[in-house]
Structure formats: structure tokens, C-alpha cells
Design a protein around this ligand. Structure first.
Ligand code: PRX
Length: 633
């Protein structure tokens, strides 16, 4: 295990060292791993192209570090502890030895089907152990995984398959969530009917069983391909900077982009951050409730915990099934020590009443984590008092798909805590705040645009197939800085408080959504002339989606029309992008150059029409009154 930080003074000293000598610091961390060949140079970088290389010339396989390395010391310890959707069903466990064997079998099955180093493999699966096994099997043979959250629509899945020209899709038959049995393979079939020419194979894991259409020559059963394989599979030797995975995420413009992470740096950073933020100790049971379809699941269900030799819980179900006590019931049953979830889940459960929490014994809990969006004070207090009984530190972790790992956050009990403040940067992370003119804001008690000055090992390297987009999006706003897209405050003690996105990205229940993406989907409806989407404060989701829509002709039944629009969005993106409110308008406020004035739309959507600023310079100031008068608040 890495040397863990053990006090706030310790943190300050380590942080200082990590900033004064980043290369020395990360080389020391990297030396705790198994490398086939040691790196020649720790870091080679510039933020102008950008071109960032960590552990240059180093050779490794991340699965040797997640699995093989643990076989002697903890082969019989549980690696994955699976909690099925059905609360009464037995837990399924995989020890490190068993997980190693299953990953090798799956890796051999992929190889037998012609998949090898550099090939892209798409996953569209529920939270079942085979998802983690499949992902690791790809990493074992050097194939690049691209996991698509199984709530996305066929269209969204097809877009992602095509963008990465994936060779195979691995999916389940059905997804068991709460009382629902959701057809997963059917979505894959629909996606593949949309010109996904690169796909040669669909590997189907039988989860719940049920009606299925298997296309001969293309579709194969996981059990037929995997079960008979050897439990040994030599790991492919990878370069530090070879791609490990692609994960799609939304931005302000255009289609979602494939964020690329590479092997060496991602490995070093996810383990280091996992061990320090959660203060994981030998024998602890750690549970992150995220889905592996998001970065949190990649870094802190699969890679970070397994690299650290932890026991990581994987949960198939939903927080409200069979009732709103499921999380706490499971914490009691599995004696969970570290629990990591999202503010939206906390708020939703809080609304269901304290009795769901108080009836369970939560004394095993040591650290509580929060991720994905700002946590409001009320939710923070509830989490701290009711769940943690004021004994557990709350680590509010700020990071992004692009950062690969936690950037700002507490280190277990060793950091000062303040509700709604993520806190201090992790060792090796050099954040700064900028003003809109590109000047760094020095000192404390200031607010600005959050950037990072220096590379860290798990940062994105590119956006798949479009490096220029990566440069434009993250490295062009400020010279020599990585721009996060977030605004933040540094308080008088130097603690960071994340305010939220400053671009056209909204955060709905911790899920990132590009407003342009939702608008494009809405515009697919034949009666829609133009639309504008903004976020507005939502009690449970953090932000809700508010759509302003201009239609052609008269709509007879507005409710029916709204339902149709929602259906279009579900079809184009998925249920997570459903607008909460749809206001039909005759025009959108535009500047003389034709740009939509979103500032006005955001204010109206949030119910604040008191001060809309100067609207006289608009091309069409008259629509502002109409929008205000018919607002859905
Ligand atoms: O706005 C920030 C918000 O989520 C964005 C990143 O979203 P995504 O790439 O989907 O990754 C989410 C999980 C790491 C950020 O730009 N965000 C994430 N964590 C926090 C947060 N906002 C406030 N506090 C956080 N702890």
C-alpha cells in the first residue's frame, strides 16, 4: 500500500513536496507498482498541443497490478462483493483468485473471437460482475473499452459505437432494476440497425433470462464463449501511454466526446487517490454506488479499489427498492466502512424520511463520500448527522471524467471539513482561479474560473479521433492551463467551493448534459422550429432541464405535444435527458448577432424575473415579456 497521509500537517508537507518536485513525487508513487519495464522519464509535457506523457517508456499491464500482484498476499480475500437487485438474494463474491481466473477466461474468449490490442470494445451492461470482468479482460489483452451507460438510447449508443469504430459490443440480455426488467439486448439490436458497420460480434451475458433475438454469425453467448476457456491468460505488455479506455461525456457543443485515458498515469493516480481520500485500511469493505457507465465507476469501483487490493461492492439495483432504506440496509448487512454516493441520491432519500436510516446499524461506517455535483448544506448536514452520526468525515470530492481521478477533496478524517466545500487539492494537483481576462487571481477569499496549472498522471490525453477538439475545449481558454469549465471560490482558509459549470453544460442528478445535445434532440420533432435549453435549480436533481420551444403552426393539445417531445428526447438520448419543463414561446431573446441570450432564459427558468438586465439591445426585446408572463414556475 502507498504511504497514506495521516494528519493535516502531514498533508501540508506532502503537498508541498509534490508541488516542488512533482516528478520525484509521482516517481515514488509509481514505484509501488509492478512494471514490466521501468520508465525512462517521468514526465514530458506541454499544454499547447497538448501533449502529456507520464512514465515515458514504461511498460506494464494494469490488470497485473489489479489482480496478479495480489494473488500471493490476498488471493482468498474478496475483491468484488456483488449485491444483487433483489435484497433477499445471496451476495455473490469473487475473491482475487477467482476474479483473476474469470478475467483470464473472458480475455481468452475475446482473443478467440479476434479481438486484440488496440481494438475498441463497447459495453452496454447493467451493474453485474461480468461488466467489471469484461472491462478488465479488455485491459488484459490491450483492447480499449468504451463503456456506455445502459440508460442511454439506441441512437446514443450507435453514435458512440460509430465514433470509436468498435469491433464488438458486450451486453446483457436484460437489466434488473427495482421492479423492472429492462431489455438491454434489444437496445443493442436497435443501435446496430443504424449503420454500425464496424461491429463484428455481440457477446451477450445472460442476466435474467427471457425472450431474445440472437443474430446468427454475429451474436454469441458469454457462457458459450467464456466458460470453457483457460484460467490463465498472459497479459499484454502495454506502453504507459497506450490507451486504456474511452469514456464519452457531454460538453457545451456538438456530440459527446470520447475522453481518452491511458494506462500508466491512470493506474498510479486512481490508486493513490483512492487510498488517501477514503483512507482505506486492510480488510475494509468499500462501497461506491455509482454506475460503471460513468467515470466514478471506472476509477472508484473498478480500478482504484482493485489496484489497492480492496474489497469493492458492486450494487445492481436502485436506492429505493425494495424501499428507501436499501442503501442503509446494505451498509448494515455488508458492514460497509467507506460509502461513496451522489448528492442527488442523498436528497432523494432525505425526502423519504429519517426512519429509513435510523432503523439500521451503521456503526461500521468510517468515511462518507460525495461526488458529481455541489452538495448543499442541508443534504451535507443530514448525511453527516443521520448517516454518519457525526462520527464520519464527509469527503466531498470534486473531479471530472477528464481528470480521471479526484482532484479536490478531503482525505478521510485528516482534512478540515466545511459543508458544501470540496476543500483542498490532493497532492500533485495545482489548481488556480482565473478571471475572464486571463489573469490569475491570487490570495484567498476570491472567486474565479477553475483551472489546473500542471499535469497530473490521470488527466485526459485527447478526445478520441479529434485531438483539436481536446485542445479547443480544455487548453485554449487560458494559455498553459487546463480549463475545467467550472467556477469556484477559494475561501479565506484556502478551501475550494465549487460553484458549478460556467459553460452550457448542466448537471442533472450528477449527470452531465450538454444543452446543445438536448436542443438537437428536441429539434428532431417535426413541429419544432427552434429551441433553447437551460438548467434551473431543482430540489432533488440539483438542476432540472427547462426547454423553451418555438413551434410551427398551432398546437391543439399542448400536453400531448409535450409528451411527444419528451419521447423524442428519450429516443435520441435517453430518459436522463427528459426536460422537466417545456414552455412554448413565440420567439427566443436574441442579440443583434443572432445569439440566444441564455442569461435571460436561465433567470426566468429559476423563477427570478426581477432583474433581467438591459434587454433593450436585443433584436426582439418584446419576447422577454411574453416569456416572463407564460413562464412555468
Ligand atoms: O461541475 C462539476 C461537477 O461535475 C462535473 C464533472 O462531471 P463528470 O465528468 O460527469 O464527472 C462526475 C464525477 C466525477 C464537474 O465539472 N462536479 C463533480 N464533482 C463535484 C462537482 N461539483 C461540485 N462538487 C463536487 N464534488
Amino acid at each position: 500500500m502507498t504511504q497514506q497521509i495521516k494528519s493535516f500537517d502531514d498533508y501540508k508537507a506532502v503537498y508541498q513536496k509534490s508541488v516542488e518536485d512533482p516528478e520525484g513525487f509521482w516517481a515514488e508513487q509509481a514505484s509501488t507498482f509492478t512494471w514490466r519495464k521501468q520508465w525512462d522519464k517521468v514526465l514530458d509535457w506541454n499544454f499547447t498541443e497538448p501533449n502529456v506523457n507520464w512514465f515515458v517508456g514504461g511498460k506494464l499491464n494494469i490488470t497485473e497490478n489489479c489482480l496478479d500482484r495480489h494473488l500471493e498476499t490476498r488471493g482468498d480475500q474478496v475483491a468484488i462483493l456483488f449485491e444483487p437487485n433483489d435484497a433477499d438474494a445471496e451476495n455473490i463474491t469473487y475473491t482475487y483468485k477467482e476474479l483473476h481466473a474469470e478475467v483470464c477466461k473472458a480475455a481468452n474468449a475475446l482473443k478467440a473471437n479476434g479481438i486484440g490490442k488496440g481494438d475498441r470494445v463497447c459495453f452496454y451492461m447493467p451493474m453485474v460482475p461480468e461488466l467489471a470482468i469484461g472491462v478488465l479482460a479488455c485491459a488484459r489483452i490491450g483492447a480499449i473499452h468504451s463503456v456506455v451507460f445502459a440508460g442511454f438510447s439506441a441512437q446514443a449508443l450507435a453514435d458512440r459505437i460509430k465514433d470509436a469504430t468498435c469491433k464488438a459490443v458486450i451486453c446483457s440480455d436484460y437489466n434488473s432494476r427495482g421492479t423492472k426488467n429492462i431489455p438491454v439486448k434489444k437496445v443493442v439490436d436497435d443501435a446496430l440497425s443504424m449503420d454500425c458497420d464496424s461491429i463484428e460480434m455481440v457477446l451477450v451475458h445472460k442476466n435474467t433470462g427471457g425472450e431474445l433475438n440472437m443474430v446468427s454469425g454475429r451474436d454469441k453467448w458469454w457462457h458459450d464463449e467464456v466458460d470453457g476457456q483457460s484460467t490463465a491468460c498472459e497479459a499484454e505488455e502495454m506502453d504507459s501511454e497506450d490507451m486504456l479506455f474511452i469514456l464519452y461525456t457531454s460538453g457545451s457543443t456538438g456530440k459527446p466526446k470520447g475522453v481518452v485515458h491511458t494506462c500508466g498515469g491512470y493506474m498510479v493516480y486512481t490508486k493513490y487517490s483512492f487510498e488517501n481520500v477514503f483512507q482505506y485500511q486492510e480488510g475494509d469493505i468499500y462501497w461506491c454506488t455509482a454506475d460503471i457507465g460513468w467515470i466514478t465507476g471506472h476509477s472508484y469501483i473498478v480500478y482504484g479499489p482493485l489496484l489497492a487490493g480492496a474489497t469493492t461492492v458492486m450494487f445492481e439495483g436502485v436506492p429505493t427498492y425494495p424501499d428507501a432504506g436499501r442503501f442503509w440496509q446494505t451498509c448494515e448487512k455488508l458492514k460497509v466502512n467507506q460509502f461513496y454516493t451522489a448528492p442527488t441520491a442523498i436528497r432523494a432519500l432525505m425526502a423519504q424520511g429519517d426512519q429509513h436510516v435510523t432503523k439500521y446499524d451503521l456503526s461500521s461506517l468510517k468515511v462518507l463520500g460525495s461526488v458529481g455535483e455541489p452538495i448543499n448544506e442541508e443534504a451535507w448536514e443530514w448525511y453527516h448527522e443521520l448517516v454518519g452520526k457525526k462520527n464520519c468525515p464527509i469527503v466531498d470530492t470534486w473531479w471530472q471524467t477528464e481528470t480521471g481521478g479526484i482532484m479536490i477533496g478531503g482525505l478521510g478524517e485528516h482534512s478540515p471539513m466545511k459543508p458544501a466545500h470540496a476543500g483542498y487539492p490532493l497532492p500533485g494537483i495545482q489548481p488556480c482561479l482565473m478571471d475572464a481576462d486571463g489573469k490569475e487571481l491570487e490570495g484567498n477569499d476570491i472567486e474565479g474560473l477553475l483551472c489546473v496549472k500542471y499535469p497530473w498522471p490521470s488527466m485526459l490525453r485527447t478526445t478520441y479521433g479529434d485531438h483539436e477538439r481536446c485542445r479547443q475545449t480544455y487548453f485554449s481558454a487560458f494559455e498553459n492551463l487546463y480549463f475545467t469549465g467550472d467556477g469556484a471560490r477559494r475561501d479565506k482558509d484556502g478551501m475550494y467551493r465549487i460553484i458549478g459549470r460556467v459553460d452550457d453544460v448542466i448537471n442533472v442528478s450528477g449527470h452531465r448534459m450538454g444543452t446543445a445535445e438536448v436542443e438537437n434532440a428536441i429539434n428532431e420533432h417535426e413541429l419544432v422550429v427552434e429551441s433553447a435549453v437551460v438548467g434551473y435549480p431543482h430540489d432533488i436533481k440539483g438542476q432540472g432541464i427547462y426547454a423553451y420551444v418555438i413551434v410551427s403552426g398551432d398546437i391543439e393539445d399542448e400536453d400531448a405535444f409535450r409528451k411527444e417531445l419528451i419521447q423524442v428526447v428519450v429516443k435520441e438520448i435517453g430518459p436522463i435527458a427528459k426536460p422537466d419543463k417545456i414552455q412554448i414561446v413565440s420567439g427566443l431573446p436574441k442579440t443583434r448577432s443572432g445569439k440566444i441570450m441564455r442569461r435571460i432564459l436561465r433567470k426566468v427558468a429559476s423563477g427570478d424575473t426581477s432583474n433581467l438586465g438591459d434587454t433593450s439591445t436585443l433584436l426582439n426585446p418584446e419576447v422577454v415579456d411574453e416569456i416572463k408572463d407564460t413562464a412555468l414556475v
